[in-house]
Design a protein around this ligand. Structure first.
Ligand code: KIV
Length: 273
């Protein structure tokens, strides 16, 4: 895959040929690292509500915060496709409101927007796509609503559940979405959905058969300690490493080991050489 900025067509064209690697990012530093690592798609996720703003649900983040984060990530990322989440209640009230908020995220620099499934979402999805805004659907465990309905947590674990998810995925495809995120869907269910769609599926906790995989930046790096999803693979334990480093700084300051000569500067008259 090339080093130029990726487009929606590049992502769609990867289906069946190359797996799509995706991760969230929320600020300059995370966006820079994620893009440099060769991610195909970067999501400015509403998981920022938890990992950035410290809430216990994605329901507490709004458009103001999403616009601020999207602007920084979009300005930083040079290659990956930048998708921004449409936060809770930004699309639920009316088609007009959904379109207005999707457009705001695009104007902030996003290449596309993502919408979680809810009853009545497809007319909003269609309006967004018809206005020329690339859209990603999100089905399965949909945190904006599932937090309230914990019974919806793991979906697609029986025949009826898979059929329901398949209808939702097809609904997004017919509405013009270019990809669908499958969250916490059974391996068998996500395989069937992936094989039934012409657009790529991107899985999170949904097994190996999806066309791509997405995780949360803080989970991959071991930065978020409040909750550890079973499906998230940790490649680093940064929370531990950071805490240890900061403790060392505290004791260096207390014991007078910092700053040393190396981290200090002198008046010209006092300089040795
Ligand atoms: O907000 C988020 O982090 C998500 C996941 C699918 C990665 O929506």
């Amino acid at each position: 895959m090339s080093s130029r900025k990726l487009t929606v067509s590049d992502i769609v064209g990867m289906k069946g040929k190359e797996k799509i690697a995706a991760l969230t990012a929320y600020d300059y530093t995370s966006a820079k690292f994620v893009d440099r690592a060769g991610m195909d798609l970067v999501l400015v996720g509403d998981s920022a509500s938890m990992v950035i703003f410290g809430h216990d649900s994605t329901r507490y983040i709004g458009m103001d915060e999403m616009l601020m984060l999207t602007e920084v990530v979009a300005r930083t990322v040079k290659r990956a496709l930048v998708v921004a989440d449409l936060p809770f209640m930004s699309v639920h009230l009316s088609k007009e409101k959904a379109l207005e908020n999707a457009f705001k995220l695009i104007r902030a620099g996003a290449d596309a927007v993502k919408m979680e499934w809810f009853d009545g979402c497809l007319e909003k999805a269609r309006a967004i796509v018809n206005a020329g805004i690339p859209l990603v659907g999100h089905i399965g465990f949909t945190p904006q609503l599932s937090d309230m309905w914990t019974w919806r947590r793991r979906r697609g674990v029986d025949e009826e559940g898979v059929e329901e998810l398949l209808r939702e995925a097809k609904g997004f495809e017919e509405a013009g979405a270019f990809s669908v995120v499958l969250e916490m869907v059974s391996v068998e269910g996500s395989k069937r959905i992936t094989e039934s769609l012409s657009i790529p599926t991107i899985g999170i906790g949904s097994g190996p058969y999806c066309d791509g995989q997405i995780l949360v930046y803080h989970d991959v790096l071991g930065l978020y300690e409040d909750f550890k999803p079973k499906f998230a693979k940790r490649y680093l334990e940064l929370a531990t490493a950071i805490t240890e480093a900061l403790k060392e700084y505290v004791s260096d300051v207390k014991e007078g080991r910092f700053p040393s000569e190396e981290h200090s500067f002198h008046m010209k008259s006092e300089r040795k050489e």
